[in-house]
Design a protein around this ligand. Structure first.
Ligand SMILES: *Cc1c(COP(=O)(O)O)cnc(C)c1O
Ligand SMILES: [Zn+2]
Length: 412
């Protein structure tokens, strides 16, 4: 029977039956949200029980939509480390700086959590095929979980999507299509394909369970912080499921009485070339407006009209948060800084969190003693930077080789 009490519209509250395959609200077309019998969860499991379970996102099974006995489609997602960043922290004068490294997930990004969960529920509820628009990483993750579930999948991505994500999807046997434009253009095609073929549309927040997978980042974070929240959580924001998911985790944990204190202050980070949430936040608008000509080298942030704009802005308001746009140059610098000080090669989207922190620090908007978490959403290897210096090549007579190596090392 599981612990899901129902699936509810986030706007009009209409209740939907989780035994059915659900997309968006029947009544108003807005996003649906899973609700739980939290009293039953509290009666069924304690924090001490959780501590004895193996790592990974299904240790929080009672707070997921899985029914009794339902087997997840899994590659071992979740259980990512919360790393202390002492060298970077001392460089910045922020002794309590932490990073949740979602790059250590299968597929190299946190998208594994959401798509693992969504594909699990879609398989259980009997879909014929899956179709997804993506900036890259979601498509790759959808493809691998579809392969694992034995379901056909079609992925539509912008033409300039990083090679690794396209390769990941192709290798997993997905039908991959590229399109001129952004994820928004891809989304229109996907909607039409889903209607025509009767395949299931896995678009961000157009089904309720990707959010539940991403929510497990917040459950895990709370547990790793001994059941509390950081003061500040910095999140690179595209479609917004990660931000809204982590907030939902803290809301449910608070209702269970499992966490001390309130949720973190959420900082939504976007790229200057595509910042609909930052713009709406600055203008105190309750909804985002579509961003014209979105450009950024952080593909996960190139989401010009996020379906959950309203919900993200609510989270920022609710937690006394902020929204910050960072430049491409600042993202590149932050990526280098994190790699050099802590050895973490993170995705450009993730590096944007550090770029934002540097900005906030400069503007005097973070306190020295604050416990700050950078949510590093993906691994750098999914999207290598284009313009690195070439390594020195060592062909030639061996004595000159050694001399060249010594000269190079001596001057460092
Ligand atoms: C998708 C993605 C994002 C954006 O996350 P949302 O939850 O959609 O806002 C950030 N970083 C990476 C690496 C991504 O793949
Ligand atoms: Zn509704």
């Amino acid at each position: 029977m599981g612990f899901l009490s129902g699936v509810e519209c986030s706007i009009c509250g209409a209740v939907h039956d989780p035994k059915q395959l659900l997309t968006v609200c029947d009544k108003c077309g807005q996003m649906l949200v899973a609700r739980y019998h939290l009293d039953r969860v509290a009666a069924a499991v304690t924090k001490a029980d959780l501590a004895r379970r193996p790592p990974g996102m299904y240790r929080f099974r009672e707070l997921t939509p899985l029914e009794d006995g339902e087997e997840p489609v899994t590659l071992g997602e979740g259980g990512t480390p919360l790393l202390r960043l002492p060298r970077l922290g001392s460089h910045l004068g922020l002794p309590h700086l932490l990073a949740k490294d979602e790059g250590q997930n299968p597929t190299g990004t946190f998208k594994a959590r959401g798509l693992g969960m969504a594909v699990t529920k879609a398989r259980t509820l009997g879909v014929r095929g899956l179709v997804i628009p993506s900036a890259g990483n979601a498509g790759g993750a959808a493809a691998v979980y579809a392969a694992r579930a034995g379901l056909p999948v079609a992925v539509v991505v912008p033409r300039d999507t990083p090679d690794a994500a396209v390769a990941e999807a192709l290798l997993a046997g997905a039908h991959v299509f590229t399109i001129e434009g952004t994820i928004a253009t891809a989304g229109k095609v996907v909607g039409a394909v889903a209607r025509e073929l009767g395949w299931f549309d896995l678009s961000t927040l157009k089904e309720p369970y990707r959010l539940e997978g991403k929510k497990t980042m917040g459950l895990e974070l709370a547990e790793q912080l001994d059941w509390s929240a950081p003061d500040v959580l910095i999140y690179p924001t595209g479609g917004g499921t990660g931000l809204v998911g982590i907030w939902k985790a803290y809301t449910e944990l608070a209702a269970l009485g499992w966490v001390k204190g309130g949720p973190p202050r959420f900082v939504a980070v976007q790229a200057e070339g595509c910042a609909p949430v930052v713009k709406a936040w600055a203008e105190k608008s309750p909804v985002t407006a579509p961003w014209e000509n979105p450009v950024t080298n952080a593909p996960g942030l190139r989401v010009p009209s996020p379906f959950a704009g309203r919900q993200m802005l609510e989270v920022l308001r609710d937690t006394g948060g902020a929204a910050v746009a960072v430049s491409e140059a600042a993202i590149v610098e932050a990526q280098k800084l994190l790699a050099r000080t802590e050895g973490i090669w993170t995705a450009p989207e993730a590096a944007a969190t550090l770029a934002a922190l540097l900005r906030l620090k400069e503007e005097g908007r973070v306190e020295r003693q604050a416990r700050i978490v950078l949510l590093l959403t993906g691994a750098g290897i999914k999207n290598p930077p284009p313009h690195l210096p070439l390594p020195q090549d060592l062909t030639g007579p061996s004595d000159t080789l050694l001399r060249r190596v010594k000269a190079a090392l001596g001057s460092s």
